[in-house]
Design a protein around this ligand. Structure first.
Ligand code: NDP
Ligand code: 2IT
Length: 445
């Protein structure tokens, strides 16, 4: 390991010892970057890595709101503005009880490189709250979102920082956040992406992460002389990313046999009927066990981690971080998996990732494979600036081109830096080089 990289990581660990998710993401990234720093010893004098690991700004705030019983509740809100070297901060907002600063920092750190890989001018940021949307009424969600934006509005802007959705934040929440931003500032501007189609949103944004994942997977398979045609696919999660990954992989000829939520998973040997999943998840906001009650032959099993024991050729983890551990990886490999593509952010633990790579599994890391969502977010920003809306086909076509381009860059970087076929290293290096260039050019800021 390069001595400067080791020194920076040790310092980071000492300063953030309690931030396990952030340190996990940082270790994966920094260890991949070692050959870059061997090649560029001048980066040390510029403190490039010292600057890169430290967020430009962290905002933490109180979010008070009134529940349906008239009781005042308080949550903690965050926005980490990590790196603006190549564009305004860009990244989602997550609403989930597990959210803390470590989680938001890991997501923000990943986002810098992901956004760079898209080839579009967007910096890295992430935000959210430990608010739990489950079981809340629409009114409670609205009160929370309005309170959240009442603080956040002073830190964001179409050319400053542009949040979007993530776990627990979809079109409904973006609507409430946007309405409050507009009310406070009087501006009708592209301050958020993932907006509704009648008020500044982009066609294909909803589908973008799941579709993009499949486009990346398709490119990775093609290079290996394979396709998704006739393959058994397991997808964890049943939210935005999972649903549109299921839709696209099915169009590509795959057969999705299992999906999950945080309580358990369903197996349907006839192939998942996505219209039933959409009805349960997008319309009713219900639980996945409902699927087994409605679809003949489908079986529900309690506990979400068991999904990795379902035999498949392709696994698409699309729920959350660290959902796929070494045990899950071993089960997948033992059952003959040939490709794993990450729709969620950091779904595989470090040892699961190593296990896949060591066993020659085609592996598509999150920051490359799930970049389609933020890429179409950036296309939404372009449309907002132009005051135009592009067709679905136009946006989807650009998305496909972007994902194939990302695969090509990742693959080439892995080759150039001595780890051919290792898309983890390739993604980290290709993403970093562009940000590093901009940071060098802009001086010690
Ligand atoms: P959603 O809120 O739409 O869906 C999340 C899904 O993951 C649900 O099925 C949820 O189950 C499950 N899940 C969430 N937390 C856990 C947990 N702790 N354990 C097990 N399952 C869990 O979110 P998205 O689909 O938007 O996001 C999914 C992943 O994709 C996240 O990692 C996100 O960061 C990433 N991502 C999202 C993008 C986007 O455009 N939306 C872009 C790029 C990455 P339950 O309902 O039971 O909680
Ligand atoms: O993790 C991610 O890339 C997202 N949640 C999407 C971010 C965005 O700005 O669209």
């Amino acid at each position: 390991m390069n001595a400067y990289v080791t020194k920076v990581y040790e310092g980071l660990k000492a300063r953030n010892s309690h931030e396990s998710e952030f340190l996990q993401a940082a270790w994966e990234i920094l260890s991949s970057l070692s050959p870059v720093f061997d090649k560029h010893p001048e980066y040390e004098k510029l403190g490039l890595l010292d600057r890169f690991v430290e967020p430009e700004r962290i905002i933490q705030f109180r979010v008070p709101w009134v529940d349906d019983k008239g009781q005042v509740q308080v949550n903690r809100g965050y926005r980490v503005q990590f790196n603006s070297a190549i564009g305004p901060y860009k990244g989602g907002l997550r609403l989930h009880p597990s959210v803390n600063l470590s989680v938001i920092k890991f997501l923000g750190f990943e986002q810098i490189l992901k956004n760079s890989l898209t080839g579009l001018p967007i910096g890295g940021g992430k935000g959210g709250s430990d608010f739990d949307p489950k079981g809340k009424s629409d009114t409670e969600i609205m009160h929370f979102c309005q309170s959240f934006m009442t603080e956040l509005y002073r830190h964001v802007g179409a050319d400053v920082d542009v949040p979007a959705g993530d776990i627990g934040v979809g079109a409904r929440e973006i609507g409430y956040l946007y309405g409050q931003y507009k009310r406070i500032t009087g501006l009708y501007t592209g301050v958020l992406t993932g907006k509704g189609l009648t008020w500044g949103g982009s066609l294909a944004r909803k589908e973008a992460t799941g579709y993009g994942l499949c486009y990346f997977l398709g490119a990775m398979l093609r290079k290996a002389g394979k396709t998704a045609e006739g393959k058994r696919v397991v997808i964890s999660g049943s939210g935005n990313v999972a649903i549109y990954a299921c839709q696209k992989i099915t169009q590509m000829g795959g057969k999705v046999v299992a999906m999950s939520d945080s309580n358990g998973y369903v197996v349907d040997e006839n192939g998942i009927d996505l219209s039933v999943i959409k009805q349960i998840k997008e319309v009713e906001r219900g639980r996945i066990y409902e699927y087994a009650k409605r679809v003949k032959g489908a079986v529900y099993t309690e506990g979400c981690r068991g999904i990795w024991t379902v035999k498949c050729d392709i696994a698409l983890p699309c729920a959350t971080q660290n959902e796929l551990d070494l045990e899950g990886a071993k089960a997948l490999v033992a059952n003959g998996v040939t490709a794993v593509a990450e729709g969620a952010n950091m779904p595989s633990t470090l040892d699961a990732t190593s296990y896949f790579l060591d066993n020659g599994i085609l592996f598509a890391p999150a920051k490359a494979a799930n970049a389609g969502g933020v890429a179409v977010s950036a296309l939404e920003m372009s449309q907002n600036s132009q005051r135009l809306s592009w067709t679905f086909e136009e946006v989807d076509g650009k998305l496909k081109g972007i994902m194939e381009n990302i695969f090509a860059h990742v693959d080439a970087a892995a080759e150039e830096y001595g780890t051919p076929g290792n898309n983890v290293a390739g993604a980290n290096i290709a993403g970093f080089l562009k940000v590093a260039d901009a940071m060098v050019a802009q001086g010690a800021v």
